[in-house]
Design a protein around this ligand. Structure first.
Ligand SMILES: [Ca+2]
Ligand SMILES: [Ca+2]
Ligand SMILES: [Ca+2]
Length: 271
C-alpha cells in the first residue's frame, strides 16, 4: 500500500516538474503529433516599444521591450507575446486586457528574425546577423542579451528558406491566444504553411502573474488569467502532506493493534 502511494507521489511530482519546465521555444521533430498539420497564417511581426524615439531597439537605458505583435496592430494588444519583460510582466507571457503595457504603440522590426548560434536559437532583433545587445536568447524563457554577454559578436545563421514574419497556428480558428505559435521556417518551400520538421513552436507561459492585490480565487478580479504556477505547486504539496499524514496515522494504528494482539486479552484480577 505504502509502496503504491509512494509511486503515485513520485509520478505526480515528475509530471509537475515536466509541465513546469516546458521551454518557450522548441523545434518540430519527426513524428511529433503536430508534424505536417496545416498552419493558419498570423499577420504578425516582431516589434518593439521605442521609448526614446531614436528608431532603434535599445537593450538598456532604456530597456525597450520586444513583442510578437500577433495581430499586426502596431500596438501592444490582447494576445500579443512579450519577448522581453515589461516591468513586472515577465518575458514569454501573453498580453492581457488590463496589462499596463496594453495599448502602447509599437514600431516594426522588419529585419528581426529567428537565427541560430550553434544549437541555440536567438532572435536577431537588430538584423545584424551577429549576436548583439538587443537580441534575445531562447532557453526556458526568452532572455535579453545584454552589453556584457559573452557571446557578443558571434555570427548568426538564418534558415535559408525562411521568410521573415511567417507565423501561424494549428487549428481552424479563432486562435487560442494562450496556445502555441509556430514559426514557419521553410515558408518559401513546399513545407510552407505546414508545421514541418525544423519549424519552431513558441509555448507562451500564460498571462503574466496578476498584481499581488488581486485575489486569485475571485474570477471577476482575475481577468481570466491563469493562477500563478506556484499556487498549483502548493496545492499539490498540501495534498501530498495530507496523504503522508494519513499513511503515518494508519501505520501507527496498525502497530498499536498488533502490540495489543500480542499481549492477548486483559487478565481478570478476580480469577
Ligand atoms: Ca530606442
Ligand atoms: Ca498587437
Ligand atoms: Ca513549415
Amino acid at each position: 500500500m505504502r509502496a503504491a502511494c509512494s509511486a503515485l507521489l513520485l509520478f505526480a511530482l515528475a509530471t509537475q516538474v515536466t509541465a513546469a519546465t516546458t521551454p518557450f521555444l522548441a523545434e518540430v521533430k519527426s513524428g511529433d503529433p503536430d508534424s505536417n498539420q496545416s498552419l493558419q497564417t498570423l499577420h504578425g511581426a516582431v516589434a518593439f516599444l521605442d521609448a526614446n524615439g531614436n528608431g532603434k531597439p535599445d537593450a538598456s537605458v532604456p530597456d525597450e521591450p520586444v513583442y510578437l505583435d500577433l495581430d499586426g496592430s502596431n500596438s501592444v494588444s490582447y494576445g500579443d507575446l512579450r519577448l522581453t519583460g515589461y516591468g513586472p510582466l515577465a518575458s514569454g507571457t501573453v498580453v492581457g486586457v488590463t496589462d499596463s503595457d496594453a495599448g502602447r504603440a509599437l514600431d516594426l522590426l522588419p529585419n528581426a528574425w529567428f537565427s541560430t548560434a550553434g544549437t541555440t536559437w536567438i532572435l536577431d532583433v537588430d538584423g545584424s546577423r551577429t549576436i548583439s545587445a538587443p537580441d534575445i536568447r531562447f532557453g526556458d524563457a526568452p532572455t535579453r542579451i545584454g552589453s556584457t554577454d559573452s557571446g557578443l559578436g558571434q555570427s548568426l545563421s538564418r534558415p535559408a528558406s525562411a521568410q521573415v514574419g511567417s507565423l501561424g497556428f494549428v487549428g481552424s480558428g479563432p486562435r487560442d491566444i494562450l496556445g502555441v505559435v509556430y514559426v514557419d521556417l521553410d515558408s518559401l518551400t513546399s513545407g510552407g504553411g505546414r508545421a514541418t520538421i525544423g519549424d519552431l513552436r513558441l509555448h507562451p507561459a500564460g498571462f503574466a502573474a496578476p498584481a499581488s492585490s488581486v485575489n486569485p480565487s475571485d474570477p471577476s478580479a482575475s481577468d481570466g488569467r491563469l493562477a500563478p504556477a506556484q499556487d498549483a505547486g502548493f496545492r499539490l504539496l498540501d495534498g501530498i502532506l495530507v496523504v503522508l499524514s494519513l499513511l503515518n496515522l494508519a501505520g501507527l494504528l496498525f502497530v498499536v493493534r498488533s502490540v495489543n494482539q500480542l499481549r492477548g486479552p486483559p487478565k481478570n484480577p478476580f480469577k
